[in-house]
Write a protein that binds this ligand. Structure first.
Ligand code: ADP
Ligand code: MN
Length: 294
């Protein structure tokens, strides 16, 4: 709710200031106030008032030193992404948070048509950033802007992968749009496989999962790379349990040097889960061959 409440406090001017800081960040660790003023056609008193407000809302971080400068925070980037999604009619409202992961925050949301969606904000470097800070007591070696850049890349990667996967009929959430590090997909009314009470037909579900991996491999040319019972959502559709595979930003291309190893691991994790929980006798080597179309 914090994101939605903060979003509503912003006016057009604030988004302009945020977006100038975003644009200049790769060039400056902290973008000097003079530069922000020069890039905006508005009275400097307005810029100053907006910066004050953005700083108070923790959307920017101020540094006072030889010069006063600002950089975006992740929440500042969230605001820019939300603004763009709203302007383009992809998103109407942001709801509760569904989960805070290591590398992402996931929220529920609504489209202008009232369709329930999820918004996933990627958060690159959150863990490693803190680790470096703890160890060294001074700023991380990597400039902050490059963490934001990585998060944006993850957003774009995940969106594009989902687009192609969805197009070839793989069981993945339908992608609706993205901006920067934020990806909007349909809300899957399901339960993670590891929490799901009791799969009625585990053999057939394992086959469905392998079919999605096969489509990803043969028709899109990618390997998920982080598959487990945590990234599979089980949905009951017309009395059939269907496994949707989520969380794709770390995928690798089929011809990537690690593709083979990652595919084996993906398949092994899932096969082991079905073996242990449901006693399914699955030959990992055969499954891998099936996925690869051999
Ligand atoms: P990460 O694990 O990297 O934080 P995920 O994409 O796995 O990111 O999403 C985290 C959690 O959010 C999932 O485990 C799931 O509970 C929920 N979630 C993600 N995508 C959807 C979706 N399309 N529909 C419903 N819930 C989702
Ligand atoms: Mn996940």
């Amino acid at each position: 709710v914090l994101l939605a409440l903060t979003y509503r406090k912003l006016v057009d001017r604030d988004f302009k200031v945020l977006s100038v800081i975003e644009r200049e960040m790769p060039r400056y660790e902290y973008v000097p106030v003079e530069v922000i003023e020069r890039r905006l056609r508005m009275p400097s008193i307005h810029v100053a008032m907006s910066l004050q407000k953005l700083n108070r809302l923790k959307l920017v971080k101020r540094r006072i030193g030889e010069y006063t400068g600002y950089r975006l925070t992740y929440m500042g980037l969230d605001m820019l992404a939300l603004h763009s999604l709203v302007e383009r009619g992809i998103l109407q409202a942001l709801g509760d948070t569904l989960g805070v992961g290591k590398e992402s925050d996931v929220y529920s949301g609504l489209t202008p048509n009232g369709e329930r969606v999820i918004v996933k904000f990627h958060r690159a470097g959150r863990t490693s950033f803190h680790r470096i800070v703890r160890v060294r007591h001074y700023a991380a070696e990597k400039p902050y802007s490059s963490w934001l850049q990585l998060a944006k890349l993850a957003g774009q990667r995940e969106y594009r992968a989902l687009e192609e996967l969805y197009r070839v009929g793989a069981l993945v959430p339908r992608p609706l749009g993205y901006s920067r590090h934020a990806v909007v997909t349909e809300y899957i009314e399901g339960v993670e496989l590891y929490m799901y009470k009791e799969v009625v037909d585990p053999e057939s579900m394992l086959r469905d999962i392998m079919d999605t991996l096969r489509k990803a491999y043969l028709e899109v040319g990618i390997v998920h790379g982080d598959l487990s019972e945590y990234n599979i959502l089980v949905v009951l559709e017309d009395d059939r349990e269907r496994p949707y595979i989520i969380d794709w930003p770390q995928y690798v291309e089929r011809d990537h040097p690690s593709a083979e190893q990652l595919l084996r691991r993906d398949v092994e994790y899932v096969a082991r889960f079905f073996r242990k929980r449901y006693g399914v006798a699955a030959d990992t080597r055969k499954l891998i061959k099936y996925v690869k179309g051999e």
